[in-house]
Design a protein around this ligand. Structure first.
Ligand SMILES: [Zn+2]
Length: 343
């Protein structure tokens, strides 16, 4: 879907505007402050569904995405438990180890990060996510199938102005050799470093500015990964019961079981994907620069709760607020926003 040209936001028009990218960019630059898709919240046009298995539970699950009213955010709904709803927000975060799970009144929704990452990457603010089991389907191990579902549904602008969470002061968290921080910035960008003692990984770093369609091109297709020699121990802990070479990159001691990689540095790109999904639990699109070094789901979600606890770290802003200011920084921000989330 291309939301750059006026009047092209109807459902079902996605993926037909490839050749017009330069024109699309021209429109954005000419009309930064009038770009409605950045000013306003978005949802999907129609319901879409898929089936799969949970990565850790191995449980079969049907997943359905539905449009939601402006201001509602992302809401998970357990159709197998009388439609019990859990909002995708920080205070519902429960277990966080190899995946991020939400829990409310004892009801669990597990492995939420890849779908939430796709929602952020495509600029979806509001949606209902129905599932009939406790864990989201892992599909191919990346966010790409979710992106395709959202594209299939179409994206609809809503009337409500979108509120961004704009970082004003830095916050740094350390835990032994792990590090995560967020700094003020004029757009949403992520920088990640990992270090695994494996000949195909080692120290990998990746930096991405989540504008100009970079999420779709550079992040969405990166798959989760695991080490074959850890698989038995993890299964005994009740983990990765649904894992296979169809939904994860499987590493032997010195090679891959299921080549090829989609990117040479697919491992660190997947960490970026996870981080974006976990930070979605802030409940708003972010204007800030996130830096992570060997962090994981626990540190990602710790950053979210620390940010939300200290209201001096951030402010809420809309494109309208930004366009009222005349400072160069603000104009730059609006321009960055103008290039965000091409679909
Ligand atoms: Zn992941």
């Amino acid at each position: 879907m291309n939301l750059c040209s006026p009047g092209t936001t109807q459902c079902g028009l996605f993926a037909t505007y490839g050749p017009y990218v330069p024109a699309c960019k021209l429109i954005i630059r000419r009309d930064i402050f009038q770009e409605p898709r950045l000013r306003q919240e978005q949802t999907i046009c129609t319901a879409v569904e898929c089936q799969g298995v949970g990565l850790h539970s191995g449980a079969p699950v049907s997943l359905r995405l539905l449009p939601a009213a402006a201001g509602s955010g992302i809401i998970f709904r357990r159709t197998d438990l009388d439609g019990f709803e859990i909002e995708a927000v920080s205070h519902n975060v429960a277990r966080v180890s190899y995946a991020t799970s939400l829990m409310k009144k004892g009801v669990l929704i597990s492995t939420t990060e890849h779908l939430l990452s796709a929602f952020i990457g495509l600029g979806i603010d509001n949606a209902i996510v129905e599932l009939d089991n406790l864990e989201l389907p892992i599909l191919d191990g990346s966010a790409r199938p979710f992106v395709e579902m959202i594209h299939k549904a179409g994206i609809r602008r809503q009337r409500r102005p979108r509120t961004y969470l704009r970082i004003r002061r830095e916050l740094e968290l350390r835990e032994a050799s792990k590090f995560i921080a967020i700094y003020p910035a004029n757009a949403y960008s992520v920088s990640y470093a990992i270090n695994f003692p494996h000949p195909l990984i080692g120290r990998e770093t990746f930096q991405v500015d989540l504008s100009d369609g970079n999420y779709l091109r550079q992040i969405a297709a990166a798959r989760t990964f695991g080490f074959l020699h850890e698989a038995d121990a993890m299964r005994q802990q009740g983990l990765i019961r649904g894992a296979s070479t169809e939904n994860a990159i499987v590493l032997t001691r010195d090679d891959l079981m299921n080549p090829p990689l989609r990117f040479e540095d697919e491992f660190v790109r997947h960490k970026v994907l996870d981080l974006i999904g976990d930070l979605a639990l802030l409940g708003k699109q972010i204007l800030g620069n996130v830096v992570a070094d060997r962090a994981g789901h626990a540190m990602h979600t710790a950053l979210v709760s620390r940010i939300l606890k200290d209201k001096t770290l951030w402010e809420e802003t809309t494109v309208e607020d930004l366009s009222r200011s005349t400072s160069p920084t603000t104009e730059q921000t609006a321009e960055k926003l103008g290039n965000a989330h091409p679909i």
